[in-house]
Design a protein around this ligand. Structure first.
Ligand code: NOJ
Length: 522
């Protein structure tokens, strides 16, 4: 207990910077807008804010293509705005982490401009360049996540460069010690500035097999993908290489000097493989995306969560999420409408009471479904590849208040407002004790006030039809009924009901359908 890190028991909240709050009227969210709305997060009771990239960027992938790792894009504000945000967050008791996007930079980053300028440039080896095959084709058969080959030919220097995402996102070469040193310095810079940690983009991708061999054809997709070119291959040599841990370990020594948190975006769905990413000297937290990649499959969801938590021996080392800016919203995936909301709340109650670091994605506290974006207004580069896979549906503006612009902007939002109703808005839900916002606030408060939920360890309980477990040596018992029918449970004696996710009462020991009951020892 003495050695609990500062994030033990925290609840994270992801802010997709472009879509949270616009202070200037240009239709794009910004840092000053976030600062103005921080009280919403303090009210909700979360502790840890993750800001998606706000660095200078051509925005080819909405900021996940960074052209200056130490700045703020003028469209999102200034460094002074960021400092003001951090100061206000501190006053409200909120910690802030930001994205570290260094599998790739933007092709407009001066490092890449230099690298591509000639084969002899000192930065040539900061990226991965290879000669064409004798017939002029790509050096291997690797695919890019967002479609097409993972190689683009630079005509001027006659070599291909590697990019696992867009051609505008060339992959840095993590075999080059100068790259590693440059990124250490960037981490020091941001931790000195006041960030409490980083969310590490694509934490399972940095290191590739040194020989860059062809990947074999797929035998059964273990790693999620938006794109058939990617899914056609077994990703043996490009992703999830053991040596990624070398990079994380190096960063851990930097982070520990600042008592900073390393959260990895580890898109590795197999819990056993994922568990490799949380050794004692590497990432503090590895995201588990199983539930974010799932529709409403109650038995599979319960089994995968149990397997994932067991794979890390019940330690609070997994980032637990139902959604993010990269996947359709959970309420929609779980059936939509009141039923989808009810299911998402039941499962969030599970995530907030299992050992781990849960994150809510903006708008989940409002029970939001996917936003509607007409195809001709699509912004996500993925929409060009596969309109049905567009991530825009999760990225429409945060609905703060009814009316044009939704309180998000006084101008025209960069993405359509998504078709929100007044009941979706913060302003309306605030006054309604039965709203999703009220229930999420209760859930977050319960987690905060219950020390048994802050430490490691879980005891699985066998209750037919329920996902059931205890925390803190029985101080808390959770009975989650993910099925569509009520389940009668033998409630253990000596406990009281602290929360029912649906807001209903537990009568005669019956756990309502699609609801989770949290019991605390009386
Ligand atoms: C993961 C990010 O969450 C996603 O939005 C981005 O497109 C890719 N990494 C590439 O950086």
């Amino acid at each position: 207990m003495d050695h609990q890190p500062w994030w033990a028991g925290s609840v994270g909240y992801e802010v997709y910077v472009s879509s949270w709050a616009d202070s200037t009227g240009d239709g794009l969210g910004d840092l000053a807008g976030i600062t103005a709305h921080l009280p919403h997060l303090a009210d909700l009771g979360v502790d840890l804010l993750w800001l998606t990239p706000f660095f200078p960027s051509p925005l080819a992938d909405h900021g996940y293509d960074v052209s200056d790792y130490r700045g703020v894009d003028p469209r999102f504000g200034t460094m002074a705005d960021l400092e003001a945000l951090l100061a206000r967050a501190g006053e409200l008791g909120l910690r802030v982490i930001a994205d570290l996007v260094v599998n790739h930079s933007s092709d407009q980053h001066p490092w890449f401009t230099a690298s591509r300028s000639s084969r002899e440039d000192a930065k040539r080896d900061w990226y991965t360049w290879r000669d064409p095959e004798p017939d002029g084709s790509e050096p291997n058969n690797w695919a890019a996540h967002f479609g097409g080959p993972a190689w683009t030919l630079d005509e001027a220097t006659g070599q291909y460069y590697l990019h696992l995402f867009l051609p505008e996102q060339p992959d840095l070469n993590w075999e080059n010690p100068q790259v590693a040193q440059a990124v250490d310095d960037i981490l020091d810079f941001w931790f000195d500035k006041g960030l409490s940690g980083v969310r590490i983009d694509t934490a399972h991708l940095f290191v590739k097999h040194p020989d860059l061999p062809d990947n074999p054809p797929a035998s059964g997709g273990k790693i999620a993908s938006l794109n058939p070119d990617w899914s056609a291959l077994e990703h043996v040599y490009d992703v999830d290489q053991d040596d990624n841990l070398r990079v994380h370990r190096r960063w851990r020594t930097v982070a520990d000097r600042h008592d900073a948190l390393l959260v990895g975006e580890t898109y590795v769905l197999d819990p056993q493989r994922l568990a490799r990413y949380v050794p004692d000297d590497g990432l503090n937290i590895a995201f588990f995306f199983g539930a974010a990649e799932s529709g409403w499959e109650p038995e599979a969801l319960a089994a995968m969560l149990r397997e994932a938590v067991d794979a890390v021996d019940g330690r609070a080392r997994l980032g637990l999420v139902l959604s993010s800016h990269d996947v359709p919203r959970a309420v929609s995936r779980f059936g939509g409408g009141p039923l989808g909301r009810r299911r998402a709340l039941a499962l969030h109650t599970v995530l907030l009471t299992l050992p781990g670091l849960p994150f809510l994605y903006q708008g989940e506290e409002l029970g939001l479904e996917n936003g509607f974006v007409p195809p001709e207004q699509a912004q996500d580069p993925v929409a060009r590849l596969a309109p049905a896979a567009s991530r825009d549906v999760a990225r429409t503006p945060m609905p703060w208040a009814p009316g044009p612009g939704l309180g998000f902007t006084t101008g025209t939002p960069w993405l359509p407002d998504g078709g929100r109703t007044e009941h979706d808005t913060v302003a309306v839900q605030k006054g309604d004790p039965g709203s999703p916002l009220a229930r999420y606030r209760d859930l977050v408060r319960l987690r905060r006030q219950t020390p048994a939920l802050h430490s490691d360890g879980v005891g699985w309980l066998e209750h037919p039809g329920l996902l059931a477990y205890s925390r803190g040596n029985g101080a808390v018992v959770v009975l989650a009924n993910l099925s569509d029918s009520p389940v009668r449970a033998d409630l253990p004696a000596g406990y009281e009901v602290a929360l029912v996710s649906s807001g209903e009462k537990v009568v005669d020991g019956v756990v309502p359908a699609c609801a989770a009951v949290v019991l605390t020892r009386a």
